[in-house]
Structures are given as C-alpha cells and as structure tokens.
Write a protein that binds this ligand. Sequence first.
Ligand SMILES: Cc1ncc(COP(=O)(O)O)c(C=O)c1O
Length: 446
Amino acid sequence: MFSRTAALSRPSNTLFDSGMAPETAYQIIHDEAMLDGNSRLNLATFVGTWMEPQAQQLYSDTVDKNLIDKDEYPSTAAVEERCWRILADLWKAPSPDDALGTSTIGSSEAAMLGGLAMKRRWQNARKAAGKPYNKPNLVMSSAVQVCWEKFAAYFEVEPRYVPVTEEHPLLDGHDVDQYVDENTIGVVAILGVTYTGAYEPVTEIAAALDRIQAATGVDVPIHVDGASGAFVAPFLQADLAWDFRVPRVVSINASGHKYGLVYPGVGWVVWRHVDMVPDELIFRVAYLGGEMPTLAINFSRPGAQVLLQYYNFLRLGREGYTEVQQACQDVAKYLSDGVGSMSAFELLSDGTDIPVFAWRLVDGYTDKWDLHDLSGQLRQKGWMVPAYPLADNLADQTVMRIVVRDGLSLDLADQLLEAIEASVNYLDNLESPMPKEGRPSPGFAH
Ligand SMILES: Cc1ncc(COP(=O)(O)O)c(C=O)c1O
C-alpha cells in the first residue's frame, strides 16, 4: 500500500528494522535520484545516456541474465562472441577467425586484460630465454586515462610516462627510445586522448619502435586504448591506420558504453591472434555440457549490455554508425568553431578526431575569473562542462572539454553557445574577481 510516510524517511546508514511498501521504496529512491544532474546536459561524460525505446525494452527483458552462465544462456554467449568478432573485423584483424576477444565491464577491465596478456607474454619469453623477468615496464603518455595507472599499480608493472609538452602534446614516438628497453612489455597508444579527444599517431609510434628494434633487437608490441576512438575511427576516418593494419598492434580495447552507444556496463578487448593471449589467462566454464574459454576479471556480470551492443550493430549497421558519429562530429565542429571564435578562448582540439574538443583561456585574458568559474556559471544554467588541469608537464594549464554524444542537437548546441557567451559576459563585467574559496572541486578527465 502506498504510504505518505515517505515524507518522513531519512537517509540512513543502517538497515531499517522493517521494510516498506514497494511503491514507497520506489518513490523515495526515484525522488533522491531526481536531484542528480540531467544526464543529457552532462557534457563531461563519454558514457551513453540515451538509447531507443526498443533498446530500453530489450534491456528490461534481459536484465536478469548473468553473462558468465554460458550454460544457462548459450544464446547470450553466442551474441557476445559475434560482437567481438564483428569488432575484430571492423578493426581489420588480418584473419578474424584467428582473433580472440571478450566483452568486459568497460574499457578499464579491457585495459587490464590487454596489459596482463602483454606482461605474461613478455615474462614467458624472458623465462624461455633464461633472462630475468621481474622488472616489467609499460611505456605510455603521461596523459593516459587512470585505468593504466591502476593496471601498473595492481599488476606490478613499472609505468613509464612520456611527458606531454607544448611541442609534443601527444605520444608520437619522439624520445620513446629513452623509455623503451628489454623490460618493456608494450607501449599504449591512445585513440582519443581523454583530455582533448586527439588521436595519438599509432603509425608514428610503430615506426619509432621499428627503429628501436632495428638498432637493439628489442621487439615491443602496441596496445591501442581505443576507449572512444575505436568506435569512431572505423566510421569517420576509415583510411587512418591505427588498428590491426599496423603490424605491431597486438590488442585493442573499446568502451561499448561510449561511442559504441550502449548504456554503462560494457567494454571490449580484441587480440589480433589467439597466440597473443597466454593460455594461463584463459579459464574454462561449463557451456552446453562442454566447456567454454573465458577471459575476464569479474565472474558474474550483466549480460543485457552485451545484447544491447548487438542491438546497435543490427539496428545501425555501418551506415547508421557512420551517420550517428558524423552528426556528433558536425555538432562538435560547430561548437568548437563557436567557442574558438570567442576572444576569451583558444582551442586545444576541435572535434575532428573523436567528437570531443577542449579549450583554454587566452593567456592574460583576465585575472577576474578562470575556467572553474565559467564551469560554475554553466552549471547554474543546467550545463555540466568540466574544467580540469591537463596532465603532468602541462598541469599548470586548466582546460574545459565538451564531449558531444548522440542526442546533442544543433539546437541544443546553439543554446549552449549562448550560455557560454552570457556567462563570459557576466564574469567579464564583475566588479571584483571571483572568490576562489568554496567553489566546487575541479572536474576530472574520465
Ligand atoms: C582513453 C580512455 N581509456 C580508458 C577509459 C576507461 O574507460 P571505462 O570508463 O569504460 O572503464 C577512458 C574513459 O574515459 C578513456 O577515455
């Protein structure tokens, strides 16, 4: 029975002695969640916030499926395999039948698996050669997403960060010989740097590693962190070689829940060849009276998101994905044009790689306000646009970033530009500088 006592409920960190009517519990939580931001106006996140009603229906139909129960849900297991095989093909695996892949809970788990496979392969090769194998390192840009720092910390691999600088804002192979040695398990190349959306040039990184191999014999593989870009580049930059066309690329991860256009909870990792994954990382689970290889850090996890990924593959096809990503990119370019033409700002990227762009305040523009203040002003108008420091050597620079996702129309973009202009006007005309205390903590690149 519905009860108005919901009005009396208080958040509690202890379990109540008795329960309540389902309608009441629903209402309380529904109302509390109402105070969260409006996800459609959240321009900070890469993660999907909208799917079609038929996908919503499929989601609620399949929400009970545990992906690991391959025996109980063989069709879901088959769909999972079909999805990663589609990705292996999309990412130009030379022989998709020999590829290996798996779904994950997101790109972070996928990165852990890609990193682990590289670590084990390196260790096995070192053991076989009678060489020490206790000091693995991984080379990557200092602008990597935090999942790679986690990988290094959790799996005891020394992270070697190549600093981003004004001259080299991306990992592009320069100086990489100073970081790579015989203990390097691999190099991470990012397709769509979290901070700016820019692609790291995978072929240039590979060329630098070719030179190192020619000079020293050390043969270093590349893992591409395509969290966002691996679902964009195949459709918008089809001629760009960043994938398995580059022979050094052994594995690629992507977030199904970013430009794969699925709700949160699905990522993918694919290896060029099954041999790239040492056998000891593969476990066998019961499947139709037999067994099926699995490769995952989690055991139980939702199967519905995998089905939603397949829904998008069926529903959109190449044409549909191209159309959606192109629309996002058109809006990103429109917005970056608008922001770039304001005298207060200069662009760091313009949305021509993934539909994401970042900008900073023109040096010396004002000492009355900064981008955190602008972020606060936009928040008051409902828009969530994060301001955060760049990585490492560039950490003294604050930038703002907009991630254009499916559903941000040109109409909304116009309103956003108006909101930015109005906020800048307001801040410019303040009598005194904005106070620095008590403002919200800076956003972070995620
Ligand atoms: C480049 C990159 N790698 C990895 C991740 C982590 O992805 P997920 O949130 O799917 O775990 C992100 C998230 O933004 C990212 O931008």
